[in-house]
Design a protein around this ligand. Structure first.
Ligand code: BES
Ligand code: MN
Ligand code: ZN
Length: 484
């Protein structure tokens, strides 16, 4: 589905859409205005965000579908919700071209309808060879009708973000036999065409660098690990040091020798959701030519239990020189991140590092799917992230860190163990990563285990991959990390 923009209502549209604010009078610009108002009243429609009344009217001698769409209080999120509702309603409705009458809306608000619609229309039909005709998407264009010079640049900017989200969803939704470390890298290659510089470490490079923790996880799989770094510098040299983003990219997590139970294991195809969010955010930044210097790094491995796999009790040496007793091979994300984060700091000397990871099941127990967990050694950075979460809708909730929690991962035989006791599992995981953050570096860890996959549709996503994290990072960078 494409979003188009025109100054006046296009002739051949199968559906006319009228945004209606909460409690507003219903007087759409159609012949059958009274009918629309009665239909709204009969449906008890009062303009709640995302609510829809659908009717058919005669307009200029033709039968036309009309949607009244509630825009609630008119907040950005309300308009996105309205856009999402439009897509959900029309995508497979038979309507091919639809137009939104944006006359009553400020361009920035109308563009949010476009964004919501674009986000909600994303789907993956790659593997559906027998989709019934009636379930196939029909909606090709949604035209925003508004006489405004700025709408199209506003929309282009938001389209960049939507394309970043779409890329993340694609990476997350693809199964483990399709997306593995090497193929993840290949899917990222097109970013070069948008001005991103890509460098990749293979197994030999990582061995030479001493990434024993990441390699220990990878050694049970026939899929070779990779580390990808995607650099975007839109600051024109103004920002010498990049903001560094690091994603956990476990392309499938069986648990390794500490094998997970079978039920639900298929979910672990999305254990690369942090890496997916980083890749999608990089795409959004490049497409909107963000005036910022950002490097996105993904540690990519598959966690499998073959004869070469690491054993519980094995001791590995990380790139930092610190040693880890691997008591549970299913606590593999931190083993990947510790080497990725160390390498990121050695290579890019950043002031700020943010990692994103589907790190702990405990995060689902504490926050469900409403907030990602935030851990940080810096209140300023934490607050920036919390507000970017509020603005973008990719919400976060902060958790504590402290020496008392840190002590829980001391090991009797190595520098640390990779698991703590049963309780506070998300915090001890964060404490583990913290041991790899160098002095003076501002760091935030986002445990997004509950956020990357949805069991039910939301305002701007279908069931499945949500693309969580892209909008959060994009918003954070807009607010605080752009030059000038
Ligand atoms: N990828 C999982 C965490 C996860 C679980 C994400 C469920 C999303 C949904 C991670 O690698 C893991 O297995 N963590 C273990 C850690 C434990 C062994 C300390 C967990 O949370 O059970
Ligand atoms: Mn695991
Ligand atoms: Zn995992």
């Amino acid at each position: 589905m494409q979003i188009a923009i025109t100054a006046s209502r296009p002739a051949d549209v199968g559906c006319l859409i009228f945004p209606i604010g909460k409690g507003a009078t219903i007087s759409p610009a159609i012949e059958a205005q009274a009918l629309a108002a009665e239909a709204a009243a009969a449906s008890r429609f009062t303009g709640e965000a995302g609510a829809i009344v659908e009717l058919f009217v005669r307009e200029a001698g033709k039968t036309v579908r009309v949607l009244l769409v509630g825009t609630g209080e008119g907040a950005l999120a309300d308009l996105e919700k309205a856009g999402g509702a439009i897509s959900a309603r029309l995508q497979t409705s038979g309507v091919v071209h639809a137009a939104v009458d944006g006359a009553g809306l400020a361009p920035a608000l109308l563009a949010r309808i476009g964004l919501g619609a674009q986000l909600r229309a994303w789907r993956i039909d790659t593997y559906r060879t027998k989709l019934p005709e009636k379930s196939k998407p029909t909606l090709e264009t949604l035209t925003l009708v508004h006489d405004s010079a700025e709408l199209s640049s506003l929309m282009d900017d938001l389209k960049a973000v939507a394309q970043g989200v779409a890329f993340t969803r694609e990476l997350v939704a693809e199964p483990g036999n399709i997306i593995y470390p090497e193929s993840f890298v290949e899917r990222c290659r097109h970013l070069v065409d948008h001005g991103i510089e890509i460098s990749v470490l293979d197994e030999t490079d990582m061995a030479n660098l001493g990434m024993g923790a990441l390699l220990g996880v990878a050694q049970g799989s026939v899929r070779k690990p990779r580390m990808i770094a995607m650099r975007w510098d839109g600051s024109g040299g103004a920002q010498a040091k990049p903001l560094v983003l690091v994603g956990k990219g476990v392309t499938f997590d069986t648990g390794g020798i500490s094998l997970k139970p079978g039920a639900g294991m298929e979910d672990m195809k999305w254990d690369m959701g942090g890496a997916g969010a980083v890749a999608g955010a990089m795409k959004a930044l490049a497409l909107r030519k963000a005036p910022a210097h950002v490097v996105g790094i993904c540690g990519l491995v598959e966690n499998m239990p073959d004869g070469g796999a690491q054993r519980p009790g094995d001791i590995v040496k990380t790139m930092s020189g610190q040693t880890v007793e691997v008591l549970n091979t299913d606590a593999e994300g931190r083993l990947v991140l510790c080497d990725a984060i160390w390498w990121a700091q050695q290579t890019y000397k950043p002031e700020t590092v943010i990692d994103l990871a589907t790190l702990t099941g405990a995060m689902l127990i504490s926050l469900g799917s409403e907030h990602g967990g935030l851990f940080s050694n810096d209140d300023g950075l934490a607050n920036q992230l919390l507000s970017a979460g509020q603005e973008s809708g990719d919400k976060l909730w902060r958790f504590p860190l402290s020496p008392a929690y840190d002590k829980l991962i001391d090991s009797p035989i190595a520098d640390m163990k990779n698991i703590g006791p049963r309780f506070a599992g998300s915090i001890t995981a964060a404490q583990f990563i913290k041991r790899y953050v160098q002095d003076g570096v501002k760091w935030a860890h986002l445990d997004i285990a509950g956020m990357v996959w949805a069991d039910k549709p939301g305002a701007t996503w279908e069931k499945g991959a949500t693309g969580y994290g892209v909008r959060l990072l994009d918003q954070l960078i807009r607010d605080h990390y752009q030059a000038g």
